[in-house]
Design a protein around this ligand. Structure first.
Ligand SMILES: Nc1ncnc2c1ncn2[C@@H]1O[C@H](COP(=O)(O)OP(=O)(O)OP(=O)(O)O)[C@@H](O)[C@H]1O
Ligand SMILES: O=C(O)C1=C[C@@H](O)[C@@H](O)[C@H](O)C1
Ligand SMILES: [Mg+2]
Length: 183
């Protein structure tokens, strides 16, 4: 069964929400390319995100992130997974709303923590109080993510495949998503 996308689907949400993991499968199911803005920055800089934060600082990373998202939104429709902080910037939100469709992958704090704890790839969660930091981001960022057009919440013990099916269902149910199923 084929699908048609009018605009790029931009996955937003906190670290561990599944933007990369779900986005990869979603793109395969929809038959469009998948790009992850974090990966694009890493490739261009030839450094890990942790190294970029360490050497050049978060503000530098955010500038690159905006440029990558801007570039990718001008191409043909795809699934674009963003870094967890990308949707916090008004400029990025505006660009995404104008040229793409924002999809918020949400999950409760405990699920997110289970997925990200012990990993060393996310510089914002590298301190001893990582769970408190994540809880703080959960409080401050959720009102911003909630501005996305489409919302899908992860359920505990649900496979990635089922989550992808739920995302597709939510997109098809929302005419403004620009996603349709071929007849
Ligand atoms: N629905 C799901 N069911 C089971 N595991 C999941 C699900 N979604 C994500 N995961 C797992 O959780 C981990 C974190 O997910 P992922 O890296 O996709 O998050 P992210 O939203 O891209 O985070 P970041 O903002 O840091 O890039 C991965 O190991 C992934 O396989
Ligand atoms: O939530 C965030 O601010 C971040 C999430 C990751 O995807 C990376 O973009 C980086 O680690 C920052
Ligand atoms: Mg990711």
């Amino acid at each position: 069964m084929g699908f048609h996308l009018q605009k790029t689907l931009v996955l937003v949400g906190l670290m561990g929400a599944g933007k990369t993991a779900i986005g990869t499968i979603l793109a395969q199911e929809l038959g469009v390319p998948f790009v992850d803005s974090d990966d694009e920055i890493v490739k261009a800089a030839n450094m890990s995100i942790a190294e970029i934060f360490e050497r050049d600082g978060e503000a530098f990373f955010r500038e690159k992130e905006t440029l990558v998202i801007e570039r990718l939104l001008t191409g043909r429709p795809m699934v674009l997974s963003t870094g967890g902080g990308a949707f916090m910037q008004a400029r990025n939100q505006q660009m995404i709303a104008e040229r793409g469709v924002a999809v918020w992958l949400n999950a409760d704090l405990e699920i997110l923590w289970e997925r990200v704890k012990g990993k060393t790839t996310r510089p914002l969660l590298m301190g001893k109080d990582a769970k408190q930091v994540l809880a703080g981001l959960y409080e401050t960022r959720n009102p911003e993510y909630a501005k996305a057009l489409v919302h899908v919440e992860s359920q505990r013990n649900q496979s990635k495949g089922v989550m992808v099916e739920r995302v597709i269902k939510a997109l098809l149910e929302n005419d403004a998503s620009g996603v349709t199923k071929d007849k």
